[in-house]
Design a protein around this ligand. Structure first.
Ligand code: SAM
Length: 264
């Protein structure tokens, strides 16, 4: 594949690179570290939160591939490659599992292309969640996945970057409509809760990254409209099918919820 993505601007912070910095990665620039440092200064436990996010993503992939038996995943807002990527977890269960990563960050795309160059079952495509019709029409998305068979749609840590005025409910409904029956959807979403630390985090993400829209549990539940949540339903991150050893009772872990649902 060729890297024909737009050149990235290192002077502006990007979501994926700030997240990479908080995860202890090296694919970030000074502007990203400055935003990450401000988040760490006001909420030192934020790194625990991002690690918990990666952990629950892993649990969900193992559930979808290992228990439900899905063999194709579409990961929207995949982020920079890091330890235990979705395709690595899935392919440990079945090497033939197809994974399509989609992101709108040019650095994510070029790193993922390099990582996946020799992998016959994992691919990366350029796309924007706010343009679901564009995603569904993307030849990479159409060609790499079998739209007659159930698909696992992963939206981990991305919907809180889709603002209310960008109509997240319509965005997800367009995607859900296209999914074959028996498909599954995973959402991880930052929560609007009483804890003042959540409001501070949201403000810092807005100031540093230009956008953030935390939502209540009920607002996130509404994003599963038309689907059936599987057990244990929509819960805070550490409560979704926990695996020992796990840190389960830190306040930062109450700032995000997760749910997995099936399309009837
Ligand atoms: C916080 S990272 C999450 C990475 C990974 N899903 C995880 O949970 O570990 C969010 C990712 O979503 C991407 N992103 C944000 N808004 C997006 C959009 N509208 N369309 C596509 N990707 C987007 C960012 O570039 C970033 O890579």
């Amino acid at each position: 594949m060729t890297a024909d993505f737009a050149p990235s601007d290192a002077s502006r912070p990007h979501v994926a690179r700030v997240y990479d910095y908080l995860l202890g990665g090296k694919d970030n620039f000074a502007a990203d570290r400055a935003v990450g440092d401000r988040m760490l200064a006001s909420l030192p436990a934020v790194q625990l939160g991002v690690r918990a996010q990666r952990d629950v993503l892993g649990r969900v992939v193992r559930y979808l591939v290992g228990e439900v038996g899905l063999r194709q995943l579409l990961d929207i807002g995949s982020g920079l490659p890091t330890a235990d990527n979705v395709h690595e977890i899935a392919q440990r269960i079945d090497p033939a599992t197809r994974v399509v990563y989609l992101d709108n960050d040019p650095i994510v795309l070029s790193h993922a292309e390099a990582l996946l160059a020799d992998d016959p079952s994992a691919f990366v495509v350029d796309g924007d969640l706010r343009d679901p019709a564009g995603i569904l029409a993307n030849p990479g998305v159409r060609k790499r996945l079998d739209w007659e068979q159930p698909i696992g749609l992963l939206m981990c840590g991305i919907l809180h970057y889709v603002l209310d005025e960008e109509h997240p409910a319509e965005v997800v409904a367009t995607l859900y409509h296209a999914l074959p029956s028996g498909s599954y959807v995973f959402i991880h979403h930052l929560l609007a809760i009483e804890d003042p630390a959540a409001a501070v985090l949201q403000e810092q993400m807005r100031a540093g990254l230009g956008r953030a829209q935390f939502r209540t549990m009920n607002q996130v539940r509404a994003l599963f409209d038309g689907l059936k949540l599987v057990e244990p339903g929509l819960v805070i991150v550490p409560d979704w099918r926990p695996e020992p050893p796990a840190i389960r009772d830190h306040p930062v872990l109450e700032m995000a919820c997760v749910g997995v649902a099936r399309k009837p």
